[in-house]
Design a protein around this ligand. Structure first.
Ligand SMILES: [Zn+2]
Ligand SMILES: [Zn+2]
Length: 342
C-alpha cells in the first residue's frame, strides 16, 4: 500500500585518499549484448538507448510558405496546417563518430543503480544512498509512473536514503561506499566507464503502439567497452561485477537496461541484456590481487575461461563482505510476472 518511506541511517565515512595509489588499479574489458534466443537466452530483446532528443518531421514547403508570409491571417492558417502535418520522428539510438554506442554514463548509471538497489537495510542502517533521490517517495499505484520499478526493487525502496554530497570538499565530507567508488557531487569516482561501442551493430526502426517510434538494436547485438578502476579492494571490484549481474562466471545473468525496459505491453521486449567480462588487467602500479583461490600479479592480464573462477572469487568476496546487505534480484523475471492491474 502507498506507505511513505521510513528514514534510514546511511553509513558514511571520509572518502579514501585519491592522491596516492593504494589498492587495485587496472581495467576491465566488458561486452554487453541484447538477449537472443538464437544465443540460448530465453528472450529475444531489442535495446533502445536514446539521445534524449526528439526529432520532428514535417512538410518543408509549408514552412517556407509560413516564413515567406506577411499576412497574419495566412500565417495562422499555415501554422495550423503545419501542426497537422507534423509528426514525431524516430527516437534515435545514441551514437558518436564511433557509430552506435551505449554511452559510458548510461552503463555506469545502470551498474550503480543496480548496486544501490541491491543494498538492503540491516536494522535502521544502510550501506548506500540513492544518489539521485532527495525526497522520500510514495509507492506508485499500478499503471502510475515508476510502479514496475518500485515493485521490482520494493525491498530497497521502502527506506528513504538521501544522497551524499561532497561539495564541502573531500577533507570535510562523509560519503557512503557507493559514492566513494562511483563519485558524487564534488567527489571524483574511483571507476570510470568508456562508451560501449557497437560491434557490427546496426539499428532497426520500430513502430510501436500510440505512435511511439524508436530506433533500436535487435536481439544479439553486441557492444564493447572498458571500465577503469583505481584504489579498490577485492570485494569492491567484486561489487562492480555484481552490479553488472555477474556472479558465478564471466557471463552475467540477464539484467535490464535502457528505455522501455519495464514495458511488457509492446510487440517487442526491450532492454534485456547480459554483461560479459572479456578480460581483467592489473596496472603495473596496482597491488597484487589475492582473492579466494585466485592470485593475479600487477601488470598481468586474465582472459577467457580463467575469468570464471576469478569472477566467482571476486563476487564471493563482495557477498561475504556485505553479507545480508546485498540481495540478488531477478529483475527480468519480476518484470515479466507483473501485469498492470495487479
Ligand atoms: Zn530503475
Ligand atoms: Zn552516497
Amino acid at each position: 500500500m502507498g506507505a511513505v518511506q521510513r528514514a534510514l541511517k546511511v553509513l558514511r565515512g571520509r572518502p579514501r585518499d585519491r592522491s596516492k595509489a593504494d589498492g587495485l588499479a587496472g581495467r576491465l574489458k566488458v561486452s554487453l549484448r541484447t538477449c537472443s534466443r538464437s544465443l540460448g537466452d530465453s528472450y529475444d530483446s531489442y535495446l533502445h538507448v536514446g539521445t534524449g532528443m526528439l526529432k520532428f518531421s514535417f512538410d518543408r514547403s509549408l514552412l517556407e510558405k509560413v516564413t515567406g508570409s506577411r499576412e497574419r491571417v495566412n500565417l495562422e492558417s499555415f501554422i495550423r496546417e503545419l501542426a497537422e502535418t507534423m509528426s514525431v520522428d524516430y527516437a534515435l539510438f545514441s551514437s558518436t563518430r564511433a557509430g552506435v554506442v551505449v554511452p559510458g554514463s548510461s552503463v555506469k548509471g545502470n551498474v550503480r543503480s543496480r548496486l544501490e538497489l541491491s543494498f538492503v537495510p540491516k536494522g535502521d542502517a544502510v550501506r548506500a544512498c540513492f544518489v539521485r533521490s532527495s525526497q522520500p517517495i510514495l509507492e506508485p499505484k499500478p499503471g502510475q509512473q515508476g510502479w514496475r520499478h518500485y515493485r521490482i526493487w520494493r525491498g530497497s525502496l521502502e527506506g528513504h536514503r538521501p544522497a551524499c554530497t561532497c561539495v564541502e570538499g573531500p577533507e570535510e565530507c562523509e560519503v557512503c561506499l557507493l559514492c566513494d567508488i562511483f563519485g558524487t557531487a564534488g567527489l571524483k569516482g574511483l571507476v570510470s566507464f568508456s562508451d560501449f561501442v557497437g560491434v557490427g551493430t546496426s539499428t532497426v526502426k520500430l513502430d510501436l503502439p500510440y505512435n511511439e517510434k524508436v530506433e533500436a538494436v535487435p536481439p544479439g547485438s553486441r557492444f564493447s567497452g572498458e571500465v577503469y578502476f583505481f584504489n579498490l579492494k577485492p570485494e569492491e571490484l567484486g561489487l562492480i561485477l555484481f552490479g553488472m549481474g555477474l556472479s558465478d562466471s564471466r557471463v552475467g545473468r540477464p539484467v535490464l537496461l535502457g528505455k522501455l525496459k519495464y514495458r511488457r505491453d509492446l510487440p517487442h521486449i526491450f532492454g534485456v541484456v547480459r554483461y560479459e567480462l572479456e578480460s581483467l588487467e592489473l596496472a603495473p602500479f596496482s597491488k597484487g590481487l589475492e582473492v579466494g583461490s585466485s592470485s593475479i600479479a600487477p601488470g598481468s592480464v586474465v582472459s577467457g575461461e580463467k575469468l570464471d573462477p576469478l569472477v566467482k572469487d571476486l563476487v564471493g568476496a563482495a557477498k561475504q563482505a556485505y553479507a545480508e546487505e546485498l540481495i540478488e534480484v531477478d529483475e527480468v523475471g519480476i518484470v515479466g510476472s507483473l501485469t498492470s492491474g495487479v
